[in-house]
Write a protein that binds this ligand. Sequence first.
Ligand code: HEM
Length: 457
Amino acid sequence: MPTSHPHSPASPTRPPDSPAPVTTRPLPGPRLPLAVQTMLFGSLRHRWLPWLRRRHGDVIALRIYPERSVVQLADLDHIRTVFGGSPELFHAGEGNVILKPAMGEHSVLLTDENVHKRARKLLMPAFNGAALRGYRGMIEELTEREVGRWPRGVAFSSHQRMQALTLEIILRVVFGVSEGPRLTELRTLLRRIVDVGPVDLLGWHNPGLQRFGPWRRYALTQRRVDALLYAEIADRRAAGDLTGRDDVLSRLLTVPPAEPGTDSAGLSDAELRDQLITLLLAGHETTATALAWAFHELARDPATLRAATRAADDGDEGYLEAVAKESMRLHPVISEVARKLTADVEIGGYRIPAGHTVMPSIAMVHHDPAHHADPLAFRPERFTGGGPAAGTWFPFGGGVRRCLGAGFSLLEASVVLRAVLSRYHLSPDRARPERPKARNITTVPARGARVVVSART
Ligand code: HEM
C-alpha cells in the first residue's frame, strides 16, 4: 500500500516491509454541516482545500452535495493507487454524477465498466493522431478569422473570445459544419448551458426547483438544446452520404450493431444525444479557460511573452505547448477528478468505505512545492527538456479515464497561441492579477482574463 507523505500528520509511519496498519479511526476532515461544506467547496475550494490540507494532511474527508461522502487525496502514491486501480473498483462514471443532468446517463463521462469501454472505443477514432492531423487546417482557419477581428487598444475578455472560438471548433469536430439556423441557435444556447455557478448546480439535482426562476429558465434552455440535437440527428440519419464523412456524428451513425449478426441498430438517439452534448460541453469550455489563463499570465510577464512570441515566429510549437501546459499546471481548469468506490479500499492507512467518492486533487499536487519549485510562479520552461516528474502534472486526469480530448486540446492551444502572438503584443488591463472563480465544475479567471492587444511593430 502507498507510503505516507511528509504533509500528512495523520498517516502512520511504519518499517518498509511491515503491512500497513489500517486505522478504524474516522477519516480526518472538517466537521461542518453538509450545506456549509458544499458552499465552501463550490465557491472557495482553491483557498479552502490548501487550508484543510495543512490542518488534516493528505487524506481529507468532506461531505458535499450531491456525492455526500468525498475524500480528497493529495499524496502522489495514493493518487497512483486510484489511477492504476481496477475500473470495476473505482467508478469514474458514478463519481461524475454531478454532470449527469447536463450530459445524460449514456455519456462516456457518466458510464462505467463495459458500457464505458464501448462508448470510449467509439469516440476514440475522432481523437487519435491521424484525426488530429486532419483538424489542424480547420483550427488554423477558424482561429485566423476570430483573432483578425479583435479590437486593438481596448480591454476585452480573452476568456469570452476563447469560448466563442473553441465552441466553433468543437461544433465542426462534432457536426462537420457550423452553419445553418439550427447550429446558430445551438451555439447561443450552449453558451448559456455552460454559464452556471454553484447555486445553479442545485437546480440540476432538484427537479422540484426547476419550476422556479433561474432554474426554470435553465431547464427550458436544456430542453431546447435537446430538441435541436434530436432534429440534427434525425436529419443526419436520413442523409445518404455518411461513410465519407469524419465528423463525430457521422462516425457514430455508421458504427456496426453492438451484437454482430443481429439487426439491432447502432446507437439510439438518446445515446447519440448524450455523447454529442458531452463533447460539446467538455470540449470547449475547458480549453478556452486554459487559453484565457495563458493570456492572463503572458500579459503580465514581459520576458515570457517575448520568449513565447519568438517561439511563435520560429514555429517552435514545443515552447508554445509548454506555455499551455504551464497554464494548466498553475491554473488547473478542473481541480480534482472523482472515482466512486464499489468496495472498501485502504488508502494511506485508512479504510475508505464502499460508496465514498475518492478525488485525486489536481490542484493540490500542482501547487505543492515538493513537486514544483516556486509553485505559484508561471514558468513554461518547466515543460521544456524532461518536464516535471511523472505523476506530478495531470490536468487531464489519469488511468483508463484520462481525458479523451487531451491531445486535441494541446494542439488547439498551440495553434491559437501561435496565431495570437504572431499578430499581437499583449498587456494587462490592470496590474492586479485576477482571482480564480468557480464556474460549473471549472475554475475560471474572475474578470474573464481581460487583456489589451496592439499590433506588433
Ligand atoms: C484544457 C482542456 C481540457 C481539460 C483540462 C480536460 C480535463 C479533463 C478531465 C480532468 C477529465 C476527467 C479525467 C479523469 O476522470 O481521470 C476529462 C475527461 C474527458 N474529457 Fe477532457 N479536458 C479538456 C479538454 C477536452 C476536450 C477538448 C475534449 C473533447 C474534444 C474532452 C473530452 C473529454 C471526455 C470525453 C472525457 C471523458 C473520458 C472518460 O471518462 O473516459 N476534454 N477531461
